[in-house]
Ligand binder design. Structure first.
Ligand SMILES: Cc1cc2nc3c(=O)[nH]c(=O)nc-3n(C[C@H](O)[C@H](O)[C@H](O)COP(=O)(O)OP(=O)(O)OC[C@H]3O[C@@H](n4cnc5c(N)ncnc54)[C@H](O)[C@@H]3O)c2cc1C
Ligand code: FES
Length: 333
C-alpha cells in the first residue's frame, strides 16, 4: 500500500511506499529536504504535517496540523500534506555499499584517529564535498562518519574519528582496526554541502572532528579553482586538540580567498590567539550576517548556540545556516 505525500503551497507530490519514511520517499522521488543524522536526534529534518496521519518514532501517532515532526522518522498511515523547511529537486539518490580495506590508521592526538580506507580496485565512490558515509556493522547497527577527502580522490575515504568513552565503534572496534582489516560502508549521505550561492562568503565553523567535512569542502574548492571567500573558525578546549592545524594555516598562506582563525576555550598562558566560545568569535568578527552563509559542524551544543545567536542576533537567514551535528548515530540514538 502506498500513500500520497504533497507539499503545502507547492506543486509537488510523490508516493510513499509502505514502511518508508517521508525523507526516504522524497529522496526516491528526486526531492531533497534538509536532514543530517537520519536517526531522529539532530532535528534538521523537522517540518510540519498540515493534514494526515503518520507514525513517528519517538513522537508516536502524529495527526496534522502539527509542527516539529521529524520527517526522517515519519511513516505515513494516510495521505499526508507536509511543510518541510526547504525542498528542492535533485537526481534521485543512488547509494552504494562497498567492502573497504583499511590502508592506514593514524593518531595525530590521543583522542582522534584518522583512518584511510581503500575502495575495491576499480570502484570509485561518488559523493559531494561535505557528505558522510555509514559504517555498517555486523549486527545491523551503523555509524555515520564524514568524508574528509575531496570528491576527486574517490578511490579512497579518509575519516576523522573522535574517541567517545565506551563507544562501540570509536573505542571497541577502532581499537582493533589495523591495516588490512575490512569494513562495510554505504554512501553518500548528507546535505552538509556548499550551496551554489557563490557570491556569498561562507563562514565555516568546526569543533573537534567537525573539521573533517570542512577539509573536504576546502580541498574541493582548491582543486576546482574556485575563489568563493571562506573563513574557517576551528574551536577546541586546548590548542593541542586542533589535530591538523598546520593544514588550514597552509591554505590561508596560499589562497587569498581563505582565512583561518583558531579559537581556544580553555587556553594556557602561552596562547596569544582568540579565546572563548568559537561562535562568539565569529559573531564578534561578523556582527551583521545577513549576506553570509554559515556551515557549522561538530558538537551539537555549539551548533545549537550558533544557529540561535546568529539568526536571532546577527540577522543570518534561517536558510543560510547549514549543519551536521555529530549526535550519537547508533541503534539507540
Ligand atoms: C551526520 C553525522 C556525521 C558524523 N560524523 C562524525 C565524524 O566525522 N567524526 C566523528 O568522530 N564522529 C562523527 N559522528 C558521530 C558518530 O556517528 C558516532 O555517533 C560516534 O563516533 C560515537 O559512536 P560510538 O559507536 O563510538 O559510540 P556509541 O556506542 O554510539 O555511544 C557510546 C555512548 O556515548 C554517547 N555518544 C555517542 N556519540 C556521541 C557523541 N558524538 N558525543 C557525545 N556522546 C556520544 C552515547 O549516547 C552512548 O552513551 C557523526 C554523526 C552524525 C550524525
Ligand atoms: S532528526 Fe531527522 S535528520 Fe536528524
Amino acid at each position: 500500500m502506498s500513500f500520497k505525500i504533497s507539499v503545502t503551497g507547492e506543486d509537488i507530490s510523490f508516493d510513499c511506499e509502505d514502511g518508508e519514511t517521508v525523507l526516504e520517499a522524497a529522496e526516491r522521488a528526486g526531492y531533497v529536504i534538509p536532514y543530517s543524522c537520519r536517526k531522529g536526534v539532530c532535528g534538521n529534518c523537522a517540518g510540519k504535517i498540515s493534514c494526515g496521519e503518520a507514525k513517528v518514532k519517538g513522537q508516536g501517532l502524529c495527526t496534522g496540523p502539527l509542527e516539529d515532526v521529524l520527517l526522517c522518522q515519519a511513516r505515513p498511515i494516510s495521505d499526508l500534506e507536509i511543510v518541510p523547511v526547504r525542498i528542492r529537486t535533485a537526481d534521485p539518490v543512488s547509494r552504494k555499499t562497498f567492502e573497504v580495506r583499511v590502508r592506514k590508521v593514524e593518531r595525530p592526538i590521543t583522542d582522534v584517529a584518522v583512518i584511510h580506507l581503500r575502495f575495491p580496485i576499480g570502484n570509485r565512490a561518488v559523493f559531494r564535498a561535505g557528505q558522510y558515509l555509514r559504517v555498517l556493522m555486523d549486527d545491523g547497527d551503523s555509524r555515520n562518519y564524514s568524508l574528509a577527502n575531496p570528491p576527486h580522490r574517490n578511490d579512497s575515504a579518509e575519516l576523522h574519528i573522535r574517541h567517545v568513552p565506551g563507544g562501540k565503534f570509536s573505542q571497541t572496534i577502532l581499537a582493533n582496526l589495523e591495516k588490512g582489516a575490512t569494513l562495510k560502508v554505504e554512501l553518500p549521505y548528507g546535505e552538509f554541502t556548499l550551496s551554489e550561492r557563490e557570491d556569498q562568503p561562507a563562514i565555516l565553523i568546526a569543533t573537534g572532528t567537525g573539521f573533517a567535512p570542512i577539509k573536504s569542502i576546502v580541498e574541493h574548492q582548491i582543486k576546482s579553482g574556485g575563489t568563493r571567500p571562506m573563513h574557517l573558525y576551528w574551536g577546541s578546549n586546548i590548542e593541542a586538540d586542533l589535530y591538523m592545524r598546520s593544514l588550514p594555516e597552509k591554505w590561508g598562506a596560499t589562497h587569498p580567498w581563505f582565512s583561518f582563525t583558531p579559537v581556544i576555550s580553555c587556553p594556557d598562558k602561552n596562547w596569544t590567539g582568540r579565546d572563548g566560545l568559537v561562535h562568539h568569535a565569529v559573531q564578534n568578527d561578523y556582527p551583521d550576517m545577513a549576506a553570509l552563509e554559515v556551515y557549522a559542524c561538530g558538537a551539537p551544543v555549539m551548533i545549537n548556540a550558533a544557529q540561535k545567536d546568529f539568526c536571532e542576533k546577527a540577522g543570518l537567514k534561517d536558510e543560510a545556516f547549514f549543519s551536521d551535528a555529530f549526535v550519537p548515530s547508533g541503534f539507540s540514538a
